[in-house]
Each structure stands twice: as structure tokens, then as C-alpha cells.
Design a protein around this ligand. Structure first.
Ligand code: ASP
Ligand code: MG
Length: 416
């Protein structure tokens, strides 16, 4: 008898009809003779609604109370799902993170799971129940409720699957799996039958929202492949797995992007030791996260310094930099408040030259100006005007033939 962990996201449990549908899918798994542990998110929009409530009341909700509040969404959906299963004569029991013993550290609003107790789950499964666990929440050593950060139910599912040594961890969502890029932006995006942990990590960290980044980290640490698939179809979806298990080698696998970024460039800063720490230190002291950074020397004793921050932090960051520029005798900063980051990801880059130049050529042919570039072993990121994002994604997607993957890869999958 296999043990399968199935996680259903907010859109999958967004209405009572959908909850009924999810119940039917769980029953199919159960009736093929498997133990099923289900992790649920809050009903679609509910977590946002709760956060808005808190923010209407106060600008800085106390983190402990924030977690008490936002963790309630999952408690609603888990109980409704248990009732829907019971209405179909399937015994089911729902549990909060606290009841299971999902122990986390003390970082409210983005806690890390330290340990998961399995006794309650095992016993309830052995008694013949479907076990339903609230995603996104745990409890710290003081007995306080914690939450795991937005999208945290994915991480609950992976942590449970690892602790229970589950045979499969399935993440059900409202798209068919992991695509070469966001199909909402680019309808011609192709579904990937498989993707490596490493690529998925990059995609998640760069803004692809299919899986919480931490869930991917955790799965790769525990050697646990994850299947991402749709609640609303029978397609086998995407398997996130080890590089050496990938059947179809590709040069690049996907394009991630993030909007809502801003660029600040400082020029003619004194070129001396410690200047970078001085500038960036001031920014991070203000709790502003810096994303990309580039530096180059304009002449011997002056240097130029460019970086990006999230757009919500732009006014604050600019003020700091303006003050600094005056202090340092630098030129007044140049800015572009509306930029986006476009990143091409692929493990094939490690062994193939020319990926960057192809990417830059594609953007150049589309008449898109690149304002900043950073690279790592398996990724190339560029900053461009936000207005050109869609065209840029399309141009790069096409240049690497990512729009033509679908047909072959689907067949590929079927043969395996
Ligand atoms: N409900 C939480 C959120 O919206 C957690 C999750 O859905 O994974 O972020
Ligand atoms: Mg999610």
C-alpha cells in the first residue's frame, strides 16, 4: 500500500463545487488502495482578504497575531474538505499544524519547519481515514502559531511527505504543471514533462509562482521528487526531479520574470575600498532588499554602481542614494522606476557556449534595450523596460524553440 501526499492549492478549493471535485479525486486515489494524506491551502483569495483586514486595522500588525489571523484560512478549507469526503461516505479527519505537531522556528510570518511529528497521522491512516492537514502553518516551541510565508502549503506538503517517507508528493494546482514560461503571459508556453530541482529552484526564486522555493529546496534535500499537476485534468503534469533522471536534455528550460522592479544608477562614486559596503549597507539598514548589482569603473578613481530594488521600495531607496551621492560628491543618481527582470534558466548552459549571445541577439532584434545583465551557472538575467516584458519573453522563448517543445515532450512523457 503506497502512501501519497496530495496538496491542493487555493484555486482547487476555491468554491464548494471545487471542494467536491477535489474530494472525488482523493477518493479515486484512496480506492486504488493507497493511504492518502492531503494538505490544503486556504480558499482562493482568503489569505489576501485576511491580510487586508489586518492592514486596515494597523500598519504594523504584531507578527504573532498576524499568524493567528492568516492561518485561519486553511482551517476552513480543511474542515470543508473533510465534510465533503464524509458526505461521500469516506472517513476523513482534518488537523491543524498544531494538532499534528508541525514544529517550526520562531520566525513569525516566514517560519521554517524544524520537525514534523508523524504519530497522529500514522495512527489516523491506519484507522482507515483520509488525513487532511492545514498547509502553511505550524507551531513554535512556545506553543504559538506560526506561518510559513506565502505559498507555504507547498512546503507543508513536502515536509510531510519527507517525514512520512511517502511514495509520492503531488502538488495539485490550476495549471497542468510547470511551463517554459507563465502561460498567462505567453499562451504558446510549453508544458515541461520534467524539470530538474536546480532549474526549478532558479525558476521559483526568480518569480515563477508554481512552487514555493523552500518546498523545492526541501524536496531536493530529502531526495523526494515532486509532481506538479492540475486538479482539473488527467494530464500527468511535470515531475520535478534529479538532473540525471531527466529524459530529454534541453539547452534551456524556461523563462522566469518579475515585474515591479526599479533601477537606480549612481555614477562617479569614489573608487576606493569599502565604498560598496557603505552604499549597500545604508540600503539594507533600511530593510530594503537589493536584487541585482553591477559595478564598473569609468576611470581610475571613479566607479559606477547600478542596482535594482522592488518597486515598492524605490522611493525610499532613492532618497537614501540621493543623500549618499551628495555626501560622496557623486553625480545625482539616474533611475528607471519601471523595469522588469527577465531570466533564462537551463542546466544546458553549463556545457554550452553561446546561450547568452543568442538571448541578447533575440532581444536586440526585437529592439529591446538591455539595461543590466547578471549571470550564474544556469541562468542569465537581464533588466529591461517593463513595457517590453511581454515582447522580450516572446522573443527569447521563440529564439530557443521553447514554443515548440509541447508536442514532442508530451509524446516523450507517454512513452516513459
Ligand atoms: N494560503 C497561503 C497563501 O495564500 C498559503 C498557500 O496557499 O500555500 O499564501
Ligand atoms: Mg501556490
Amino acid at each position: 500500500m503506497a502512501l501519497i501526499v496530495q496538496k491542493f492549492g487555493g484555486s482547487s478549493v476555491g468554491t464548494l463545487d471545487r471542494i467536491h471535485h477535489v474530494a472525488s479525486r482523493i477518493i479515486e486515489t484512496k480506492q486504488s488502495g493507497h493511504h492518502v494524506v492531503v494538505v490544503v491551502s486556504a480558499m482562493q483569495g482568503e489569505t489576501d482578504r485576511l491580510i487586508r483586514l489586518a492592514q486596515t486595522l494597523t500598519n504594523e500588525p504584531h507578527p504573532r497575531e498576524y499568524d493567528v489571523l492568516v492561518s485561519t484560512g486553511e482551517q476552513v478549507s480543511m474542515a470543508l474538505l473533510a465534510m465533503a469526503l464524509q458526505a461521500k461516505s469516506i472517513p476523513a479527519r482534518s488537523f491543524t499544524g498544531h494538532q499534528i505537531g508541525i514544529m517550526t522556528d520562531e520566525t513569525h510570518t516566514k517560519a521554517r519547519i524544524l520537525n514534523v511529528k508523524t504519530e497522529t497521522i500514522q495512527k489516523t491512516l491506519n484507522d482507515g481515514f483520509v488525513v487532511i492537514v492545514a498547509g502553511f502553518q505550524g507551531i513554535n516551541k512556545h506553543g504559538d502559531i506560526t506561518t510559513l510565508g506565502r505559498g507555504g502549503s507547498d512546503t507543508t506538503a513536502v515536509a510531510l511527505a519527507a517525514a512520512l517517507k511517502a511514495d509520492e508528493c503531488q502538488i495539485y494546482t490550476d495549471v497542468e504543471g510547470v511551463y517554459t514560461t507563465d502561460p498567462h503571459l505567453l499562451p504558446e508556453a510549453s508544458l515541461l514533462p520534467q524539470i530538474s530541482f536546480e532549474e526549478m529552484l532558479e525558476m521559483s526564486s526568480l518569480g515563477a509562482k508554481v512552487l514555493q522555493m523552500r518546498s523545492v529546496e526541501l524536496a531536493s534535500k530529502h531526495n523526494l521528487p515532486i509532481r506538479v499537476l492540475s486538479t482539473f485534468s488527467k494530464h500527468p503534469g511535470t515531475l520535478v526531479t534529479f538532473e540525471d533522471k531527466i529524459m530529454q536534455k534541453r539547452l534551456v528550460s524556461g523563462i522566469a520574470f518579475s515585474r515591479e522592479e526599479s533601477l537606480i544608477a549612481l555614477s562617479a562614486v569614489p573608487n576606493r575600498a569599502g565604498i560598496e559596503g557603505q552604499i549597500l549597507g545604508k540600503i539594507s539598514d533600511a530593510q530594503i532588499e537589493i536584487d541585482m548589482i553591477a559595478q564598473n569603473a569609468s576611470d581610475q578613481d571613479k566607479t559606477d554602481f547600478t542596482f535594482t530594488v522592488q518597486r515598492k521600495d524605490f522611493p525610499k531607496a532613492l532618497k537614501i542614494v540621493e543623500t549618499l551621492a551628495a555626501e560622496l560628491g557623486a553625480l545625482s543618481p539616474k533611475t528607471n522606476p519601471k523595469v522588469a527582470k527577465l531570466s533564462l534558466v537551463g542546466i544546458g548552459m553549463r556545457s554550452h557556449a553561446g546561450v547568452a549571445s543568442n538571448m541578447f541577439r533575440a532581444l536586440g532584434n526585437a529592439n529591446i534595450n538591455i539595461q543590466m545583465i547578471t549571470t550564474s551557472e544556469i541562468k542569465i538575467s537581464v533588466v529591461i523596460d517593463e513595457d517590453s516584458l511581454e515582447r522580450g519573453v516572446r522573443a527569447v522563448h521563440e529564439a530557443f524553440g521553447l514554443d515548440k517543445l509541447s508536442v514532442e515532450t508530451h509524446q516523450d512523457f507517454m512513452e516513459t
